[in-house]
Write a new protein. Structure first.
Length: 239
């Protein structure tokens, strides 16, 4: 049986060495590089289940690189490590296919070990169903993270996929911004739920999800607003 393999992209040698030991204890082999261009070469030569990438030394290329990695591996876990939480940037990273973001003390190798273990176990869980048909004609393939609507084919990137799953798993009840921020969707990558920027990031994520699954995003029929609370999956949203 093939062992899980991780690719680490970053310049922090001490963290890289310590993290390598923690991953070995989980039975995960880790390949290491400080260059995005060399990382692309390694992706062409190997199969990866996990990508760990430092934001600061790769910021100029990280968005394109994460999208490139996600196209190669549908089911792999992508985790970005940041020195501090940056909600607006995090939202963009999730749109590029990133699964999780660890910031500050969360990037300590010992803390990352349990986080990575939880992510890899979650990746192996069986989806509630392979395909879901939504009002307006969208067909969602949960496992492949794909949506077909009006003859077009779209990818459910990063947080969009988890956000839609959360609504499908919690139908017919209002879901607030605070609940979404505390849910596994963000996995505590952003602290303090009271931060205004975080609320905007949630609003942006819902808008982008609507553009992907709604026949008329300006008049949503699947994920509808609940005044003063948040959003709800409409009763007749799933056909």
């Amino acid at each position: 049986m093939r062992k899980d393999t991780a690719l680490y992209v970053g310049s922090d040698c001490s963290r890289r060495k310590s993290l390598d030991g923690h991953l070995q204890s989980l039975g995960i082999d880790m390949h290491k590089t400080s260059s995005v261009s060399y990382a692309k070469q390694k992706i062409c030569e190997n199969t990866y289940d996990l990508l760990l990438i430092q934001f600061e030394p790769t910021r100029e290329h990280i968005f394109d690189f994460c999208e490139f990695f996600r196209r190669q591996y549908y089911e792999a876990v992508i985790m970005v490590l940041m020195s501090a939480a940056k909600p607006v940037i995090e939202s963009k990273l999730f749109e590029c296919g990133v699964d999780d973001i660890a910031a500050g003390k969360q990037t300590h190798p010992a803390a990352l070990k349990s986080r990575i273990k939880r992510r890899l176990v979650s990746r192996l869980s069986v989806p509630m169903t392979n395909k879901v048909m939504l009002k307006g004609g969208a067909v969602v393939d949960i496992e492949r993270r794909e949506v077909r609507l009006n003859g077009s084919h779209h990818r459910l990137k990063g947080v969009q996929h988890k956000l839609l799953q959360y609504f499908l798993e919690n139908p017919h009840r209002a879901i607030s911004r605070e609940e979404l921020l505390k849910s596994h969707i963000w996995d505590n990558s952003v602290s303090s739920p009271s931060n205004t920027e975080q609320g905007r990031a949630i609003d942006m994520a819902v808008r982008r999800l609507r553009r992907t699954i709604e026949a008329d995003p300006a008049n949503p029929q699947i994920i509808t607003a609940v005044h003063g609370t948040g959003w709800i999956l409409a009763k007749d949203a799933v056909l």
